[in-house]
Write a protein that binds this ligand. Sequence first.
Ligand code: COA
Length: 180
Amino acid sequence: MEKVILGGKEILVRKLVAKDIARAKDHLAYFDALLDEDLYISTNKRMVLKEEKSYLKDMLALQKKGKCVYLVSEYDGKVISHVEARLKEDKSRHIAVLGFAIAAGFRHIGLGGRLWEILLSLCQTDLSPKPRIIEAGIFVGNIASLGLAKKFGFRQVARLPNQFIQKGQLIDEIIVQLYL
Ligand SMILES: CC(C)(COP(=O)(O)OP(=O)(O)OC[C@H]1O[C@@H](n2cnc3c(N)ncnc32)[C@H](O)[C@@H]1OP(=O)(O)O)[C@@H](O)C(=O)NCCC(=O)NCCS
């Protein structure tokens, strides 16, 4: 879909496609490496290959229905990032929620910013109904994510106390929103 050159690396950014299900092992390796780092991300569930395939199938089905945009980045044939915007349902269907991560070695070279640019643009064209609000929930200490959100004009709308437990500590969640 798009090649970006950042930090001297040529990175391919594309939407999730059916062939990703056959490549679920690559996606699993990427997620496992993120979990190994114990980052400020909300999940700590390690999936087995069957679960990863089923997750990717679900994402693909949602994307086909216009309920999700899921971008995969690859470097040298390896999955190095995913960013997604997923519409909520029913009376909250005007809100799209972001999920995003980049593998170690590819952060702080501008990739997050470039991916958000592409994702936010696709939210306007690919999601149905078109969202009125884009939202993200971010750990209070996640400086890079909060910086990224600020850069794109998101506003903090709430701080939910003690939403996560990480390394035995309770951590607040910051909810940021962008009105389209
Ligand atoms: C959060 C993450 C996606 C950001 O992506 P990135 O590629 O590292 O960010 P970029 O290099 O594109 O930086 C984009 C902007 O974010 C902000 N930013 C990034 N790193 C920052 C830092 N350490 N401190 C403050 N602001 C920072 C800056 O505003 C920056 O823009 P600028 O370089 O023009 O000033 C990435 O660091 C990551 O995957 N982290 C681990 C997983 C994670 O935290 N996921 C999010 C869960 S909510």
